[in-house]
Design a protein around this ligand. Structure first.
Ligand SMILES: *Cc1c(COP(=O)(O)O)cnc(C)c1O
Length: 239
């Protein structure tokens, strides 16, 4: 059956409500306050129009994994107040254009990228909020620091004057079941706790960005402060 745009908008609003409910239930089960968990709506499967419907339905944090897509949608949605999150790999030649559009870069995955972010932020006379992406699944195809490589790098990252580290980001491996995803999220939390023991004061590790449509409940159980949810928000939308 064909959906009109207003059917689509309604379905997206219902999906958003359902995801927020699931977050609230998972938080309650973990004895956590749901206001400590920020929902980031991942719009990579949707065009600017559908992304705008999420904003209309009340979501202010949107995420894109590809910089060019973030630019395109940020441009299309300038009239709306969106906080954009970059959640995928950022090449250094795309830093300059991406920085002014984003609230938080989740995918800080190399020292060279951090250096470039600091330089470009200096030119804009601002500080850039970034998460350290950690490859928690060990999947070779995934970006991110290896867990053991992070501690020795923290002093160099802390010394960059225009970068503010806010926490860690991780993704469960493909084809992991719920139990294995939860173990991987727990490993990110434990890594954070270990790093905190000897962390330069300029670095904050308060944020844990982990969990997607299929596993955000497990991530919340392990302390996620940000969940990045895409497909669950666009379920049943056929245009
Ligand atoms: C696509 C993507 C998501 C959202 O995935 P869904 O399974 O659609 O919720 C979250 N994080 C990253 C890094 C992604 O690339």
């Amino acid at each position: 059956m064909l959906q009109t745009m207003s059917d689509v908008a309604q379905r997206i609003a219902e999906n958003l409500h359902a995801v927020r409910e699931r977050i609230a239930v998972a938080a309650a089960r973990a004895g956590r306050d749901p206001s400590g968990i920020r929902l980031i709506g991942v719009t990579k499967y949707a065009g600017p129009e559908l992304a705008g419907m999420l904003v209309q339905a009340g979501l202010v944090d949107l995420g894109e994994s590809r910089p060019q897509e973030l630019w395109r949608k940020a441009e299309a949605l300038t009239a709306q107040s969106v906080r954009w999150h970059l959640i995928g790999h950022l090449q250094r030649n795309k830093v300059r254009r991406t920085l002014p559009l984003t609230t938080l870069i989740h995918s800080g995955d190399s020292l060279r990228l951090f250096e470039s972010l600091s330089e470009e932020s200096a030119a804009l006379a601002r500080k850039c909020d970034v998460l350290l992406e950690v490859n928690i699944s060990g999947d070779q195809a995934k970006h991110g620091f290896a867990p053991q490589e992070l501690a020795p790098l923290l002093p160099a990252i802390a010394a960059l004057p225009h970068v503010q580290v806010r926490g860690l980001m991780g993704m469960a491996g493909l084809e992991t079941d719920a139990d294995e995803a939860r173990r991987q999220f727990a490993s990110l939390r434990l890594l954070r706790d270990r790093l905190l023991a000897d962390c330069p004061p300029a670095i904050s590790l308060a944020e844990l960005s982990m969990g997607m449509s299929g596993d955000f409940e497990q991530a919340i159980a392990e302390g996620a402060t940000m969940v990045r949810v895409g497909s669950a928000l666009f379920e049943g939308v056929t245009t």
